[in-house]
Design a protein around this ligand. Structure first.
Ligand SMILES: Nc1ncnc2c1ncn2[C@@H]1O[C@H](COP(=O)(O)OP(=O)(O)OP(=O)(O)O)[C@@H](O)[C@H]1O
Ligand code: SF4
Ligand SMILES: [Mg+2]
Length: 330
């Protein structure tokens, strides 16, 4: 694809400097998303998904955190270390985010309408009446019933699913080019989860918004995403378009994640889960970070860190020696 991505990350490294030393939470991550595309970022807890998205938003708490290397290009311009005033103009207006915990981003003290109007007027010089109308329109667009009355409601009066729709409305109200959704459906039950994912797909198609969907669940990604990045312990371990990833996963970690997707047809079978835990970033300094949990590990895996190797199909890459050109036997 030769058109320019709307957002591109190149060699991003974000670390936290703690009493125990440097924690490399995101370690040389490169990815991109095009206008109108939906990219999934997948991995277990602690693998660096939220730190990646907070880096994009310029919201890494500093200290202890810092972007130590890499570029984040929005429409071709680097936004790393942009002065806060300029970043504030982009945040919410060009790149918006739905945060992992909905109650922390909706203010319990203000009505829904108040918060939506404020979100618009932070970025746009419009009258209160115009902002009100736009807010009602947005609540309708995200499928909320009785939108006008909802404007006067407070967050605690809504169900979890409704609150999540309000969060989406809030994030989309300035019609951003990029929306980052960090685990937008985790707290919801399965039926509501499906509805919210469907809604995000509709908005993505209707408004051409690029969406980065962050989740620990490959099943969620399968429903809506075009491409996937799989992260493990701060690094990308596999990336591919959604069909390739499902049909032909290469990395043992991706295979493990796929085997752990709940399959409703086989209710009686115990769900697979990858044994062990994600190591704390920086705790594995030698070899492949997945080696202690990998059933396929061999000697080299404990000595060297694998690179991201290209696979035969277009844009499919995998960080595993089993797919290193020099290991693949003729
Ligand atoms: N404020 C902080 N101080 C120190 N280390 C941090 C801080 N925030 C994150 N980290 C480190 O960064 C790593 C990645 O965290 P991150 O929140 O990105 O994980 P995640 O993939 O979003 O996980 P989850 O699925 O649980 O949300 C964590 O393992 C943690 O060690
Ligand atoms: S490089 Fe080795 S340890 Fe790492 S995923 Fe591949 S086989 Fe497993
Ligand atoms: Mg997270």
């Amino acid at each position: 694809m030769d058109r320019e991505p709307i957002l591109e990350i190149k060699g991003l490294r974000t670390s936290f400097f703690t009493d125990d030393g440097e924690v490399p939470a995101v370690d040389d991550v490169s990815l991109y998303v095009h206008e109108g595309e939906m990219l999934g970022i997948v991995g277990e807890s602690g693998c660096g998904k939220s730190v990646t998205s907070l880096s994009i938003m310029g919201l890494i708490p500093s200290p202890p955190g810092k972007i130590v290397d890499g570029d984040i290009l929005y429409q071709g311009n680097n936004i790393v270390n942009l002065p806060e005033k300029k970043m504030r103009a982009i945040r919410g207006n060009d790149i918006a985010m739905i945060f992992q915990e909905p109650m922390t981003s909706l203010n319990p003290l203000f009505s829904i309408g108040n918060q939506l109007i404020e979100a618009i007027r932070t970025h746009q010089n419009v009258s209160k009446k115009a902002a009100w109308d736009k807010s009602v329109e947005m609540l309708k667009l995200v499928g909320l019933p009785r939108a006008e009355e909802l404007m006067d409601d407070y967050p605690h009066q809504l169900s979890g699913g409704m609150r999540q729709r309000v969060m989406i409305a809030m994030a989309m109200i300035c019609e951003p080019s990029v929306l980052i959704a960090d685990e937008p459906t985790t707290a919801l039950d399965v039926t509501i989860q499906k509805q919210i994912l469907q809604l995000m797909k509709e908005l993505n198609q209707k408004l051409n918004t690029a969406i980065i969907m962050i989740t620990h669940d490959l099943g969620v990604v399968a429903e809506v995403c075009d491409r996937v990045v799989v992260m493990y312990s701060g690094k990308i371990v596999e990336t591919a378009d959604i069909h390739t990833l499902y049909k032909d996963p290469k990395h043992p970690y991706t295979k493990g994640l796929l085997a752990s997707i709940p399959d409703l047809r086989k209710k009686s079978e115990k769900l697979y889960s990858i044994p062990g835990n994600v190591p704390k970033p920086g705790s594995i300094t030698e070899g492949c970070r997945f080696a202690p949990r990998c059933e396929m590990a061999f000697e080299r895996c404990f000595q060297e860190d694998p690179a991201l190797y290209p696979c035969s199909s277009d844009e499919h890459e995998v960080r595993c020696f089993l797919h290193a050109p020099e290991e693949v036997k003729p």
